[in-house]
Design a protein around this ligand. Structure first.
Ligand SMILES: [Zn+2]
Length: 209
């Protein structure tokens, strides 16, 4: 089940104390409204009750999706209070985790991206492999520079990769169903022993093949 933990925070703008709800474990099958608030980053937004100032509070949490059979452990790289982390071991008592995909992510953007991919019933390995295939080469002289690509849903049926540079989307690329299915076939042989599925994984996978 979803577990809430109320903490109090000093507003960085006015200095007054407000309460902030943290979710140490998010069970989206039981609390499906959290899926949207996570994808919109609302779940991590702190609003000062005195002056209305808003900031993102990064904290570790465990995301469990029984429907899509996935568990995502979010461990922000800047986080120091790892003592409070809900671990997969606790989940293993209630669920048959051998049937689940398990992922570890260390930044909020990656976390939200994974939630979105799995909520669509899609495969994150296929997505990372597609990013690898679709990332423009240096000699393709694209008209923009970017740091990384992020999977997003556009409207109710279309998917895109957004090219992100300094936290802003500078371009986008539509994802075709055909290419997704091809990538899915490619990554089928990859096995499921790795927890960190990112661009590094995709590069290693591409080099093996
Ligand atoms: Zn304030």
């Amino acid at each position: 089940m979803t577990s809430i933990f109320i903490s109090s925070l000093n507003c960085p703008s006015c200095g007054e104390v407000s309460s902030f709800e943290r979710y140490d474990r998010i069970d989206v099958s039981k609390t499906p409204q959290f899926r949207t608030s996570l994808i919109d980053w609302e779940l991590f937004k702190f609003t000062c009750s005195h002056c209305g100032h808003q900031i993102i509070i990064d904290y570790p949490t465990l995301y469990v999706d029984e429907e899509n059979k996935v568990i995502i452990q979010y461990l922000p790289s800047n986080c120091s209070d790892l003592g409070s982390v809900s671990s997969i071991k606790k989940v293993a008592v209630e669920l048959d985790i051998s049937k689940y995909k398990y992922r570890v992510v260390t930044n909020l953007e990656d976390f939200v991206e994974k939630v979105q991919i799995f909520s669509e019933g899609m495969d994150d390995k296929a997505i990372e492999f597609m990013k690898y295939l679709k990332s423009p080469n240096e000699d393709e002289d694209i008209m923009f520079s970017y740091e990384h690509m992020v999977f997003t849903k556009e409207g109710s049926v279309a998917y895109q990769f957004m090219f992100i540079n300094q936290k802003e989307a500078v371009a986008s690329l539509n994802i075709s169903r055909e290419l997704y299915l091809e990538s899915l076939e490619e990554v089928a042989e990859a096995g499921d022993s790795e927890y960190v599925i990112d661009n590094g994984w995709a590069e290693r996978f591409a080099c093996q093949g």
